[in-house]
Design a binder for this molecule. Sequence first.
Ligand code: NAP
Ligand code: ZN
Length: 349
Amino acid sequence: MTILSYAAQSATSPLAPLQIPRRAPNADDVVIDILYCGVCHSDLHTARNDWKNTIYPVVPGHEIIGRVRSVGASVTRFKAGDHVGVGCMVDSCQHCAACNDGLEQYCAQFPTVTYNDPHGGEPTYGGYSEHIVVTEKFVLKLPAGLDLAAAAPLLCAGITTWSPLRHWQVGKGSRVAVVGLGGLGHMALQLAKALGAEVTLISRSPGKEADARRLGADRIVLSTAADQMAAVAGQFDLIIDTVPYAHDLNPYLPTLAVGATLVLVGYLGELDPALNTTAMVLQRKSVAGSLIGGIAETQELLDFCGQHGITSDVEVIRIQDINAAYERMLKSDVKYRFVIDMASLRATG
Ligand code: NAP
Ligand code: ZN
């Protein structure tokens, strides 16, 4: 079947309408009409080939909220009309140790990701499209009561910050810092606060203070002000760093408590300047990384957000505005996630 999407044809061409193939559903598949799709900085990295692995044409989008159109004969958990979510993965090997532990994101064969994945021959195409076909196990139930557009970013920005908060056992009294107030950062503030943590935003941008406080920050530190960074020496049990590009981690290490961890979720690649290990060795500090979250953990997050009424601050856009949205994202001019109303795609066709 051929469907309408928005795709990038090269690292320098703007996204534009394109017909793409969608596979025919199997017995264990759910066919989902896409209602909303969040815009993650990873979409931009991929469209512009920042990670040197993009297969063109590429259809980004891995924060998908949709309505079930139909289900295969063996599907038991969903029926036509249900509101569902699809995040960054659409499959995995489902038999390695990681998959057996519910850590599909660390699948030994690497999970099949929602777009730009060559696993099955034909690359996967993401959520900037009319519909998607996903095996039941990778479809998430959306709790009732959450705004559909504002829930979309939970599927990536939400789970990517939830997973380290849970892994490092953040709870009442934990001291958590979040570096960067963008899509991931604004979810991290809300989730850490709801888990009972004392929360600090570390930002390079003056002027985000009021928003940060509204989202749950107890304190704001300007990363460019050495005196403000010095004032939080030894303060944090966990730092979640969401900055998308290479940056100097060394000023952050002194702000960790003894034995604490800075977890990178934003930047992939070599550190520049290099990491000085002295602060780590002398005080058993760690620098770690974390990738999205498993399927069960994503369902846990959605249920938690349903219980606590947590969603994303979104600016709903039309698909025709996606290229302008990317430019604004590069200037950190997003409060705090663009979400595409996919009804606009049909206006294109
Ligand atoms: P975003 O909305 O663009 O937010 C990034 C924030 O980082 C900005 O708002 C800004 O906050 C800060 N920042 C600092 N230096 C920057 C610079 N040179 N350019 C732009 N922003 C800078 O991005 P996002 O969607 O949250 O994604 C953040 C990163 O996480 C991306 O690299 C994305 O690919 C990655 N990601 C990783 C995973 C994973 O599984 N690990 C999952 C999803 C996304 P301040 O103004 O407050 O400093
Ligand atoms: Zn993402």
